[in-house]
Design a protein around this ligand. Structure first.
Ligand SMILES: Cc1cc2nc3c(=O)[nH]c(=O)nc-3n(C[C@H](O)[C@H](O)[C@H](O)COP(=O)(O)O)c2cc1C
Length: 164
């Protein structure tokens, strides 16, 4: 702590870091939960696994802690409105968020987008508390691949991929 970089400087710096936009979902006894998340990263191919960082204040985090399962849906361009909805824009919360988007379910009942660029179904292998967030390493149990191009977020705006 107190090492010289304040949270605002950190946020401004990380805003320059382009992120692929996902919706991380889970299924709880109280219904579906999901948030928009860019803090998603490949971990290792053996066993196939990825990590997500989820704010502990969200119902999604509590749901994943309780059920040990989550799905990562990589959004397709254009899905900016859906991303903002799942980031809490407009005040929609809980299962009501899923009223928009073509949502289905995987074999475990986890919410997956029919038109996701790719969707990963995961079982929590390890978890770590890091300040305000929970890091979940998920072992991937299923992959569903779709068409289109991934949606990108940088400097508080959505962007589309443009090959060089
Ligand atoms: C582009 C974008 C990326 C985000 N990435 C993350 C993330 O990686 N982890 C996270 O916990 N929250 C992230 N958020 C914030 C959550 O989406 C937001 O806190 C959450 O949806 C609030 O849900 P609630 O209103 O239902 O509590 C991101 C928001 C946006 C707009």
């Amino acid at each position: 702590m107190g090492m010289g970089v304040d949270p605002a400087a950190f946020r401004a710096a990380m805003a320059r870091f382009p992120g692929a936009v996902t919706i991380v979902t889970t299924l709880t006894p109280q219904g579906r939960r999901g948030i928009t998340a860019t803090a998603v990263c490949s971990v290792t191919a053996d066993p196939p696994s990825l990590l997500v960082c989820v704010n502990r204040a969200t119902g999604t985090c509590q749901g994943i802690l309780e059920t040990g399962r989550f799905a990562v849906n990589l959004l397709r361009d254009p899905s900016g409105d859906l991303a903002m909805r799942f980031a809490g824009a407009g005040g929609t919360t809980g299962d009501d968020k899923f009223a928009a988007g073509d949502w289905g379910a995987d074999a475990a009942g986890l919410p997956v987008l029919a038109d996701a660029r790719v969707a990963f179904s995961c079982a929590v292998a390890e978890t770590l508390t890091a300040g305000t967030h929970q890091v979940f390493i998920g072992q991937i149990t299923a992959i569903a691949q779709g068409e289109g191009a991934a949606l990108i977020y940088e400097q508080s705006r959505f962007h589309r991929l443009d090959p060089i």
